[in-house]
Design a protein around this ligand. Structure first.
Ligand SMILES: O=C(O)COP(=O)(O)O
Ligand SMILES: [Mg+2]
Length: 245
């Protein structure tokens, strides 16, 4: 049994002394693209516009769903929409998406096993996503992993959202952990910028929705699949500050 486990069960170590790994959701924990694209197409069709073919729509995903919806309308030939109309479209998109969060969405291979490994080693887990919080919670429950996380925070949880580092630091605070003993795992420029701005190490996955190869964004580590996550995280955590106690 690892030392951290026996210590944890005696109750000597408080949560703030436990390291935490914070995951992005879309493109990192789950391949959500098919259901996001279906909701985008329903939003276009609600205004009488034709749907985008999935390859074209998928390329719009690299900067999050709000931007995907805006760019989706531009791809469909609609330019110069005022901000309130963009917001109406985004809310309509969320309505369509909320009705089919998990029709074709799947966890990436190895996710549950990787989460279990971290928990067995005494780490806390959290999710910091630019999805709406209620949809993120519901989706993680439908995927069978919602109960693993000490905090799940979306774009509407705080007054800040990624790439503002406070979205990440407040998520960690809500999980009862210490940002100095945290690392982020994500798939996009936004995640890497957020972690950097918060002064945290970041591990990137290459199978998500980045519009450029994530290696070009210089994450601290790049893993090919979740089987490589524990080794990368434990290496990075060796450099984290130890708690004072
Ligand atoms: O929904 C978005 O905008 C992006 O979601 P993510 O932060 O989980 O990648
Ligand atoms: Mg993402």
């Amino acid at each position: 049994m690892p030392a951290s486990l026996s210590i944890r069960f005696t109750g000597i170590v408080s949560d703030s002394a436990r390291p935490i790994v914070v995951f992005d959701l879309d493109g990192t924990l789950a391949d959500t693209a098919p259901d996001l694209i279906a909701a985008l197409n329903a939003t276009l069709q609600a205004e009488g516009l034709p749907p985008l073919v999935s390859e074209r729509a998928r390329r719009l995903l690299g900067s999050g769903t709000r931007s995907m919806v805006e760019r989706g309308f531009r791809e469909a030939g609609v330019f110069g929409s005022p901000a309130d109309l963009l917001e109406t479209r985004f809310q309509r998109f969320l309505g369509f998406y909320g009705r089919n969060l998990k029709r074709d969405t799947r966890l990436f291979p190895g996710v549950p096993e990787a989460l279990d490994r971290f928990r067995a080693e005494g780490w806390l887990l959290a999710v910091c996503t630019n999805k709406a919080e209620d949809q993120a919670r519901k989706l993680l429950d439908l995927l069978g992993i919602g109960d693993r996380f000490a905090a799940i925070c979306g774009y509407d949880t705080f007054a800040y959202r990624k790439p503002d580092p406070r979205h990440l630091t407040l998520t960690i605070e809500r999980a009862g952990a210490d940002p100095r003993r945290a690392l982020m795992v994500g798939d996009s420029r936004t995640d890497i910028a957020t972690a950097r701005a918060a002064g945290m190490p970041v591990i990137a996955v290459p199978f998500g929705y980045s519009d450029i190869p994530v290696a070009a964004l210089s994450p601290d580590r790049l893993i090919n699949d979740f089987g490589e996550l524990w080794a990368a995280a434990s290496e990075l955590s060796a450099g984290m500050r130890r708690p004072k106690r």
